[in-house]
Write a protein that binds this ligand. Structure first.
Ligand SMILES: NC(=O)c1ccc[n+]([C@@H]2O[C@H](COP(=O)([O-])OP(=O)(O)OC[C@H]3O[C@@H](n4cnc5c(N)ncnc54)[C@H](O)[C@@H]3O)[C@@H](O)[C@H]2O)c1
Length: 278
């Protein structure tokens, strides 16, 4: 996609944080924006904010991305209100931190994977066929994380597992859609100043039990990028045809370290073959 004005965008997790930053950016660029979120209580204010920014149209739809039917119903509603859909950002996400991998209960895994992984899967199932059907092309942006490219020692292993899966399915989707006029990108931010920790904890308390570990946003997140800057980087990245939408170039060393550890595995395997197979 090169031209955004007049096109229709759908953003999940749009009542807060990066999703709201994407919605604000799309409105400033003349798009019609459908804002989906589970939090009906926050959508009204978010919608008013977005509507105040431009000439385009915006609607808010209460939808739970972990539920197949909820996403499909929302997609029907967007088409009824706006017609053809062009840009879809599967962005809603939640985080779990501080639980060792062996101690994460199934209910927590189900909730985390339901939102972070099935949320993206449902978005792909609901929207890709609709974009294909109108033939004007479009773009899918799936929000992963730097945690989808490397695993830090931050106690967010389950989150990383969900985000690695988002990167993998985005790469596979890009292969599937080659030559269709529908592009795919995966958004991999490091810290962005959002409510992810406090809103995830609040949601977890009311739906699956568990402790509220995050009464406050951790300092490194509060010091992160403004969500609107993420929005601008996403649009510029799509225009430039980027698959990986890297928002924090200062994290390059994290990936170099991971790749070096993989290469170390190759070095060992080659040494082993020399010593054992000659
Ligand atoms: N903030 C960061 O530092 C950071 C870094 C990397 C990736 N991310 C990713 O960015 C995305 C957006 O998170 P954020 O940081 O803006 O957090 P946020 O909590 O501010 O916004 C997330 C939104 O998703 C919504 N949501 C949660 N579960 C939902 C569901 N089942 N259905 C529909 N909506 C649901 C929440 O209500 C909330 O409005 C997530 O996928 C997150 O993993 C965030």
């Amino acid at each position: 996609m090169q031209d955004f004005a007049g096109k229709v965008a759908v953003v999940t997790g749009a009542a807060s944080g990066i999703g709201l930053g994407l919605a604000r950016t799309f409105m400033r660029n003349g798009m019609a924006v459908a804002m989906l979120d589970r939090r009906g209580d926050k959508l009204g204010e978010a919608l008013a904010q977005v509507r105040g920014l431009g000439q385009g149209r915006a609607i808010a739809i209460e939808a739970d991305v972990s539920q197949h039917d909820s996403v499909h119903r929302a997609a029907d509603q967007v088409e009824r209100e706006f017609g053809k859909i062009h840009l879809v950002c599967n962005n809603a996400g939640v985080v779990v931190r501080g639980l060792p991998m062996a101690e994460i209960p199934d209910e927590t895994w189900n909730w985390l994977l339901g939102v972070n992984l099935y949320g993206v899967i449902h978005g792909i199932q609901a929207f890709v066929p609709r974009i294909k059907a109108h033939g004007e092309g479009g773009h899918i942006v799936n929000t992963a994380s730097m945690a989808g490219l490397q695993v830090g020692k931050r106690g967010t292993g389950s989150y990383a597992a969900s985000k690695f899966a988002v990167v993998a399915l985005s790469e596979a989707l890009a292969h599937d859609l080659e030559g269709t006029g529908i592009g795919v990108s995966v958004l991999t931010p490091a810290a962005v100043n959002t409510e992810i920790y406090t809103s995830s904890a609040a949601h977890r308390d009311t739906t699956v039990g568990g402790r509220n570990d995050f009464a406050e946003t951790p300092a490194e997140i509060a010091a992160g990028l403004h969500p609107d800057e993420v929005g601008v980087r996403v649009l510029d990245g799509i225009r430039a045809g980027q698959f990986f939408l890297i928002t924090h170039p200062d994290t390059r060393a994290w990936l170099q370290d991971r790749h070096q550890r993989i290469m170390d595995g190759y070095d060992f395997a080659e040494r082993w073959e020399r010593e054992n197979k000659s």
